[in-house]
Design a protein around this ligand. Structure first.
Ligand SMILES: C=CC1=C(C)c2cc3[nH]c(cc4nc(cc5[nH]c(cc1n2)c(C)c5CCC(=O)O)C(CCC(=O)O)=C4C)c(C)c3C=C
Ligand SMILES: [Fe+2]
Ligand SMILES: [Fe+2]
Length: 345
């Protein structure tokens, strides 16, 4: 058997034109694990409302962060894939859940190299139905239809893996070295509260009441909120952050349903209004910088802070293609590649 890796990230529109952004949002938001309502209602919300209003605004946001080489998320994911490919002894392909390169193209690329045992590597530290789960479900559907000879293994969410926590902590420590700040905010992409309850395999643990995520439960294997809070706690412990000098919030709310709280924009506003002058922010739900970090935090978040009296806003970059991150991923891959036994997901 020949082994290979498929790294999968979220994806971006082809360009910053409203038409391409609309196509991308259509694919993204029509995913039943993102907008998790029956198809007819989803089509009404997405095609009838969101796609008639959002693409222009989103396209303008993408224009503010777009690079000459293309979407930051895709360019940074490509750099990561190339560098890990150079370090490891197995072929590494890259795919996006939405847009291109598709998961089917990524699997075909590996199949063309003779790979029949694939490590699926969703590039998300924390599990969510709207990210990890949708990747794994689609990959399995494609395997059954087009690549029945392949065997899949999945890299588990690494939100509390000591190697990941150390690299993330180091990246924060380096950026904040010599920077005077009063508070470090860990801002994770939000999800609707409903998603957390749906992913609760015990069907009774999750109450979203502030205590359930701190009480040990098998539900936490699939609890995005628990995993985010845990990443924050592990990093705070590693960096020896003092209680009260850091906290967790959730960004990018869409629609009118309750999402995970506290919301990042309101938290930043409150910091400013309460007299805070210097804050730092990190977004550990993403391993690559993207619209949500560069624009929503780096531009909008900064503006909210300054409009409300804040003065210094330090945005910590994602891990992107840091050397220690490349080496960590490569080590995980090599450890998997050396295991003799195969395992189907
Ligand atoms: C942890 C990662 C992510 C989760 C969880 C997630 C859930 C989620 N997202 C939306 C809606 C949108 N997200 C958008 C952009 C976007 N989302 C993520 C990651 C997660 N999303 C990333 C990395 C990005 C940026 C992509 C890029 O090209 O840089 C967007 C599009 C931009 C916009 O119009 O604001 C939408 C829409 C929902 C509804 C959801 C959970 C249900
Ligand atoms: Fe998102
Ligand atoms: Fe929980």
């Amino acid at each position: 058997m020949s082994k290979g890796v498929l790294m999968v990230n979220l994806g971006s529109p082809k360009s910053t034109s409203p038409k391409d952004v609309k196509n991308y949002l259509d694919e993204f938001l029509m995913d039943e694990r993102v907008i998790d309502v029956p198809w007819l209602l989803r089509a009404f919300i997405v095609k009838g409302i969101v796609l008639n209003t959002r693409p222009k605004k989103s396209a303008e946001a993408y224009q503010r962060i777009w690079w000459d080489e293309g979407s930051p998320l895709i360019v940074l994911s490509e750099r990561l894939q190339e560098k890990v490919d150079n370090y490891t002894g197995v072929p590494i392909a890259l795919a996006m859940r939405y847009g291109e390169p598709t998961i089917k193209q990524g699997l075909q690329e590996l199949a063309d190299k003779g790979v029949d045992e694939v490590l699926l590597m969703p590039l998300y530290p924390q599990f969510a139905m709207a990210t990890t789960e949708t990747i794994l479900v689609l990959a399995e559907e494609l395997r059954q239809e087009f690549f029945p000879q392949m065997k899949f293994t999945t890299l588990p969410p690494f939100y509390n893996h000591p190697d990941y926590v150390n690299v993330l902590s180091r990246s924060i420590g380096e950026k904040l070295d010599g920077v005077d700040y009063e508070h470090l905010l860990f801002s994770y992409h939000g999800v609707p509260e409903r998603h957390i309850k749906k992913s609760d395999i015990t069907k009774s643990h999750c109450k979203i009441d502030g205590t359930c995520c701190k009480t040990a439960s098998p539900a936490h294997q699939f609890c995005y909120r628990h995993q985010c809070l845990e990443t924050t706690e592990q990093v705070a412990k590693t960096l020896q952050l003092k209680e009260g000098t850091y906290s967790t919030s959730f960004q990018s709310r869409l629609g009118f349903d309750p999402w995970l709280q506290p919301y990042t924009d309101r938290t930043i506003e409150k910091f400013g209004l309460n007299g805070m002058k210097k804050m730092a922010i990190v977004s550990p739900a993403f391993v690559s910088d993207c619209l949500e970090t560069l624009e929503e935090l780096g531009m909008e978040g900064k503006e909210i802070f300054e409009e409300n009296g804040g003065e210094e806003f330090t945005l910590i970059p994602c891990l992107n293609d840091r050397e220690d991150w490349i080496k960590t991923l490569s080590r995980w891959i090599d450890e998997w590649a050396m295991q003799p036994k195969t395992q189907n997901t």
